[in-house]
Design a protein around this ligand. Structure first.
Ligand code: CP
Length: 308
C-alpha cells in the first residue's frame, strides 16, 4: 500500500485513492496515539528537516511530534536564526542541507510554489506545510479526517467555508480535496474576499452567510487576515464581525447537528465568539489532535516506512 505521488505539494490533482489511503493510515496512527507508549519505529534512521520561513504553532509542532512518534530524527530550521539573514538563497540553503544527507523536507514559505521549486533542487521528499496563498494540504487532510471521524463519511456531506477565501491556502486545499472526495462545498465571504473564477474548484460561491449556513453539516470559519483591511478589501472589523462572525445568535441559522471547525489561529470575538469556539459543537481541538495522526500518515507513506 503506497501512494501514486512522490511528494505532497498540494491536493490539486491528488486521487481519491491516495486521499483515502492517507486518511485510513491516519486512523491507524490515531490508535497508536491513544497508547501509553505513543511511538513506533517505522521511520527510524530517517532525517526530516522542518524548514519554516513563516510563523507557525500548530503545523510546526504537529510535524515535529509526528516525526518523533515515528522515530525519525527531526531537524528544525528557523529562517530568523539561519544564514538566510546573510543573504543565502533558498536553492543554496536546501543544497547545503541536502549535503548533510537528509531524507525529507517539510517546508512552510510565504511564497506560493516554493515546495514545487524545492523538488527541482533536491532528491529529498518534499511536504508542503503551507505556501503563500496556494495550498496547505496537510491542514485539509486533517480537516477531512475530522469530518469523516464525526460523520463516518465524506461523500454527500455539505461543508461551508466562511471568510477570506481569496487569500486562504486552507480553503483552496480543502476545495480540491473535498471536490475529489464528493463533498458539496460552499465558499462564503465578502464579495471582495471571494475568488472571481471558482468554477474549477467545483464549489458554490455566495456572500450570504444564511444561505451558506442553513443547510450545512459543517461550518468552517477562516482567520480574518487583518492586513487585508489595509488593502481595502473589507471596510471594518466590526462590520465583518456583524455579517460573518459566528456567535450564539447566528448559530441558530445552522441545522442542529452541524459542527463548527476552524484551522487556527482563531481571532476570538471576530470570526468566532469564544462561547462558540469552546462550545459543545466545536471540534477545533479534535482537528489539532487529528493533525498529528495525518502528518504521521503522510510522513510514513512518503518516507517509505514499514511495520506501522
Ligand atoms: N492551521 C495552521 O496552519 O496553524 P499554524 O499557522 O499555527 O501552523
Amino acid at each position: 500500500m503506497g501512494l501514486a505521488i512522490q511528494h505532497l505539494l498540494g491536493l490539486e490533482g491528488i486521487s481519491e485513492e491516495d486521499i483515502t489511503t492517507i486518511l485510513d493510515t491516519a486512523e491507524r496512527f490515531h490508535e497508536v496515539l491513544q497508547r501509553d507508549i505513543k511511538q513506533v519505529p517505522t521511520l527510524r534512521g530517517k532525517t526530516v528537516v522542518n524548514l519554516f520561513y513563516e510563523s507557525s504553532t500548530r503545523t510546526r509542532i504537529s510535524f515535529e511530534l509526528a516525526e518523533k512518534r515515528l522515530s525519525a530524527s527531526p531537524i528544525n530550521f528557523s529562517a530568523t536564526t539561519s544564514s538566510v539573514n546573510k543573504g543565502e538563497t533558498l536553492r543554496d540553503t536546501i543544497r547545503n542541507i541536502e549535503a548533510m544527507k537528509i531524507d525529507m523536507v517539510v517546508v512552510r514559505h510565504h511564497a506560493a510554489g516554493v515546495p514545487h521549486f524545492l523538488t527541482q533542487c533536491t532528491d529529498a521528499v518534499i511536504i508542503n506545510a503551507g505556501d503563500g496563498f496556494h495550498e496547505h494540504p496537510t491542514q485539509a487532510l486533517l480537516d477531512m479526517m475530522s469530518i469523516r471521524r464525526h460523520f463516518g463519511r465524506l461523500r454527500g456531506l455539505r461543508v461551508a467555508i466562511v471568510g477570506d477565501i481569496l487569500h486562504s491556502r486552507v480553503a483552496r486545499s480543502n476545495a480540491w480535496g473535498m471536490r475529489t472526495m464528493g463533498v458539496k462545498l460552499t465558499l462564503c465571504g465578502p464579495p471582495t474576499l471571494l475568488p472571481q473564477h471558482s468554477e474549477a474548484l467545483g464549489a458554490k460561491i455566495t456572500d450570504n452567510l444564511e444561505e451558506a449556513a442553513r443547510e450545512t453539516d459543517v461550518l468552517m470559519l477562516l482567520r480574518l487576515q487583518m492586513e487585508r483591511q489595509q488593502s481595502g478589501l473589507f471596510p471594518a472589523v466590526r462590520e465583518y464581525r456583524s455579517r460573518y462572525g459566528i456567535d450564539l445568535e447566528k448559530m441558530r441559522m445552522l441545522p442542529e447537528h452541524a459542527i463548527i471547525m476552524h484551522p487556527g489561529p482563531v481571532n476570538r470575538g471576530i470570526e468566532l465568539a469564544s462561547n462558540v469556539a469552546d462550545g459543545p459543537r466545536s471540534i477545533i481541538l479534535d482537528q489539532v489532535t487529528n493533525g498529528v495522526a495525518v502528518r504521521m500518515a503522510v510522513l510514513y507513506l512518503l518516507g517509505g516506512g514499514d511495520n506501522a
